[in-house]
Write a protein that binds this ligand. Structure first.
Ligand SMILES: C[S@@+](CC[C@H](N)C(=O)[O-])C[C@H]1O[C@@H](n2cnc3c(N)ncnc32)[C@H](O)[C@@H]1O
Length: 289
């Protein structure tokens, strides 16, 4: 049955599935979130924004800023914020076409970015395509080849959740007045001030050399990036910001954040890249407060 009640801020949650999404960890993070009112909240590795949506509901900050290097992802946030009616209509059309012939519609939409004319597609069309592919592709992965073309095969879902209107409208409410930008994490240094709260959820340091899934965008995130991130964390801390960071529990990560408080949380993750085997592993949550 379709839920037709009006969405409120309390319903806001991620509208995309995202590798490394933090939804399952929120309950464990809860006691580490700041409780004092602050000027601004920054999330420079937005992904699906699980922590953002949670903190936005608590209304602890005057201003919120979300950013990520993936321009298609950021376009989705902007369209959900500014043009949600048009987005709902575009997704309704995808849903119908998918119900008629899922295979044909999926591959037609997937291959749109091979056509040079796609570069001129509207923001709404691009956002609807990304959300449609996210709900119907294999494992909700966002993976592009070296030319930036999306190359994930179709997933096997009976009733993919192509259009969740209530969820999109609740997310749109949560995003009103939120500053949303495509930019690298280092830019947070140009914006965060003493007393602000910054949460970093970077691509994780790989647990083993074969587990380096870092294809969130055309670029990967290596050890030099992890080092730069630790320097950014330290600089914000010295400035008087509250800073929190998630990462995998590896000696390299612990070494980078020596001197800060390192909590551990347990997560269920794919521990084997081939069989999709899942198990409990520990992850770190680093804070400077
Ligand atoms: C682990 S995911 C974030 C998951 C998110 N917290 C969630 O709940 O869905 C990491 C994100 O970092 C982004 N990213 C990778 N390199 C980046 C960089 N240099 N600056 C900013 N964002 C980057 C990726 O596009 C990806 O969305």
């Amino acid at each position: 049955m379709t839920d037709t009640s009006q969405p409120t801020l309390a319903d806001a949650q991620p509208f995309l599935k995202w590798a490394g999404g933090k939804g399952q960890l929120l309950a464990q993070y809860d006691r580490f979130f700041p409780t004092d009112r602050g000027r601004a909240y920054f999330e420079p590795f937005a992904g699906s924004g699980a922590v953002f949506f949670e903190l936005r509901k608590r209304d602890l900050f005057d201003d919120y800023a979300l950013s990520d290097v993936n321009p298609e992802l950021i376009n989705c946030y902007l369209v959900v914020r500014n043009q949600v009616d048009a987005l709902v209509e575009a997704l309704r059309a995808h849903k119908l076409a998918h119900e008629q012939d899922d295979h044909q519609h999926y591959y037609e939409v997937r291959d749109q970015d091979r056509d040079p004319a796609w570069a001129g597609a509207s923001e709404v069309k691009r956002a609807a395509r990304m959300i449609y592919l996210n709900k119907t592709c294999y494992n909700g992965l966002w993976r592009v080849n070296s030319k930036g073309q999306f190359n994930v095969p179709m997933g096997r879902y009976k009733n993919p959740d192509v259009l969740s209107e209530k969820r999109l409208r609740a997310a749109s409410l949560a995003l009103q007045n939120v500053d949303v930008n495509t930019r690298p994490f280092t830019d947070v240094l140009d914006h965060a001030q003493a007393g602000d709260f910054v949460y970093f959820d970077p691509p994780y340091d790989p647990l083993s050399s074969t587990a380096n899934f870092t294809s969130y965008s055309a670029d990967s995130f290596g050890q030099d990036d992890q080092r730069r991130l630790a320097e950014t964390f330290r600089a914000l801390s010295d400035r008087g910001c509250k800073v929190m960071l998630s990462n995998s529990d590896t000696p390299f990560v612990r070494g980078l954040y020596e001197g800060f408080t390192v909590h551990t949380v347990t997560a269920r993750r794919a521990i084997n890249s081939k069989g999709g085997k899942r198990g409990e592993i520990t992850e770190v949550l680093v804070v400077n407060y």
